[in-house]
Design a protein around this ligand. Structure first.
Ligand SMILES: [Zn+2]
Length: 286
């Protein structure tokens, strides 16, 4: 375990995090101090590893969303100063058909009176879960978005920002097409649709957004703002960002706005489908 010690000493900073977050949100290969890794029955007894309830994305068709995952292992794992290798088995508590396995090394740091752990690997592999809405809006740029998400998780702000910027600029026309679909489904005036069509011919994202500043349907506005204008502003600010931290905050903001826009687009189209079905039903039974 000397290598882990070396990695720990060489680590620029060891963040103290919750065990639940360590398992569900952090990639393998990083040593972390854990606030709630173990619990002692009494001040002198050896701490026992806690298996926290996790919130993970369950890909089963029955769940297809974030669900609670629990560990049903009954065997107790004691934590000493020496690193121990531990396999943690988790199952979705909703469908019970999907599981997650973590391989970690863990120990108790007596001096600091807290735990330390490093994740060796996990199955299914670590990776950001992306909603179905964002996948449908991203099309062939899905992989680039996922690379941006990985960079964001690792705190690489400039990298994450560059990936997200490329995704938005490449997907501009597709996003506009989806907005046009919403306008058509809600019988919006043709002049509004024409504005969006002309924005598609504009190569620069900034100029395209300016052309459609007042043509976005109400259902897609985020806190009353045009989501494309918000994305454009974030891109402009991020291009001037001097520090990685600043770029990271803007990258995160871009991801959140883009995801919300994708979900609003899907909802707007679904709502309209429900409305069409309701109207058809009433008219048929007149
Ligand atoms: Zn499930």
């Amino acid at each position: 375990m000397a290598e882990v010690e070396k990695a720990r000493r060489n680590s620029a900073k060891i963040q103290t995090i919750k065990f639940e977050d360590f398992l569900s949100k952090y990639p393998p290969g990083e040593v972390h101090s854990i606030t709630d890794l173990g619990i002692s029955r009494s001040p002198l007894s050896i701490p026992i590893l806690i298996k926290p309830r996790l919130k993970l994305h369950c890909p089963d068709s029955f769940c297809n969303g974030v669900r609670f995952f629990d560990s049903y292992q009954t065997q107790k794992v004691t934590l000493t100063q020496k690193w121990s290798r531990v396999f943690l088995h988790y199952s979705c508590s909703n469908c019970r058909s999907r599981s997650k396995i973590f391989a970690i090394m863990a120990r108790w740091n007596d001096a600091a009176d807290e735990g330390e752990a490093v994740k060796l690997g996990e199955w299914p592999p670590f990776g950001p879960q992306v909603s179905l809405g964002i996948i449908s809006i991203l099309g062939k740029n899905k992989d680039m978005f996922l690379m941006g998400r990985r960079a964001e998780i690792h705190g690489l702000g400039i990298g994450a920002f560059a990936y997200y910027r490329r995704v938005i600029e490449s997907q501009k026309d597709h996003i506009i097409d989806e907005i046009i679909r919403v306008l058509r489904r809600t019988n919006s005036p043709e002049t509004q649709i024409e504005k969006l069509k002309s924005a598609k011919t504009e190569k620069q994202f900034k100029k395209a957004v300016a052309l459609i500043s007042d043509a976005i349907p109400q259902a897609l506005l985020i806190n009353g703002y045009n989501p494309l204008a918000l994305l454009e502003q974030a891109i402009a600010k991020g291009s001037d960002a001097q520090h990685d931290n600043e770029a990271l905050k803007l990258a995160t903001a871009i991801r959140i706005i883009l995801t919300e826009l994708a979900e609003r687009l899907i909802r707007a189209l679904e709502d309209q489908t429900d409305l069409d079905t309701a109207v058809d039903f009433i008219l048929q039974h007149d």
